[in-house]
Design a protein around this ligand. Structure first.
Ligand SMILES: Nc1ncnc2c1ncn2[C@@H]1O[C@H](COP(=O)(O)OP(=O)(O)OP(=O)(O)O)[C@@H](O)[C@H]1O
Ligand SMILES: [Mg+2]
Length: 212
């Protein structure tokens, strides 16, 4: 079994973009167990559909349900989105599902939001990641402020005993400095391997090589 948990400093940072790219480049599988903002009338639009497409699978509701069992309509943190529907995520069930799906081949687990987005009244994604103990891919942006966000997210994950396999600086819409400079600073402060990804990039071979 080889698996990576793809997390980020926050929502909309590029987890799906990078997971889909890596799935194609490495002929891997991906799951997105928790989705909020899911629109059942437009299943083609969401994260699960993007990951299925990268795997060469049809984005049918059945396939979406298989890789993304916890789907909520409200585009909110999962705890709040679930509560809107009178539901709650069971962390033990979520961890079991995740473990069961990383048994064969190479599997990327896309998290949800950032490292500490709440999943329940008591638990955050950090607890989920600690339960499954997969090496992390930490996706960050290149916007002004990303350095503190990245160092904070990395530090909290490492303090929970999680291993960060790679930091990916995904180019934000506006970047005050060259991407490589942001990566260099992150690498200097954390000692972690760091790679950059430009906007619109379709070549994921450099990131894939770092994970091999
Ligand atoms: N390197 C990139 N080049 C071009 N577009 C990108 C890049 N990275 C991300 N995007 C776009 O930015 C948006 C947000 O990215 P993405 O959906 O991957 O974020 P996310 O971290 O998965 O968000 P969520 O927390 O909702 O799962 C998407 O429209 C995506 O296509
Ligand atoms: Mg996503």
């Amino acid at each position: 079994m080889t698996g990576f948990f793809v997390t980020a400093t926050g929502t909309d940072i590029g987890k799906t973009y990078i997971t889909a790219g890596l799935v194609k480049a490495m002929r891997a599988k991906a799951i997105k167990p928790v989705v909020s903002g899911f629109d059942g009338a437009q299943p083609h639009a969401g994260d699960a559909a993007a990951l299925l497409e990268a795997m060469g699978e049809a984005p049918t509701l059945e396939n979406i349900a298989r890789i993304a069992p916890w789907r909520f309509a409200a585009p909110l943190s999962p705890d709040m989105a679930a509560a809107r529907e009178g539901r709650a995520i069971d962390l033990a069930e979520l961890a079991t599902f995740t473990r069961q799906n990383v048994k064969d081949g190479l599997v990327f687990v896309e998290g949800v939001g950032g490292v500490m987005v709440p999943l329940t009244d008591k638990h955050t994604t950090l607890d989920w990641m600690a339960e499954v103990q997969l090496p992390l891919i930490l996706v960050t942006g290149s916007y002004l402020g990303t350095l503190s966000h990245t160092l904070t997210a990395g530090d909290v994950a490492q303090r929970r005993g999680l291993k960060i396999a790679l930091v990916v600086v995904n180019e934000s819409a506006e970047s005050p400095v060259p991407l490589a400079e942001t990566c260099d600073v992150i690498a200097r402060h954390t000692g972690l391997p760091c790679v950059t990804l430009a906007r619109g990039a379709s070549d994921f071979s450099q990131i894939a090589a770092k994970l091999a």
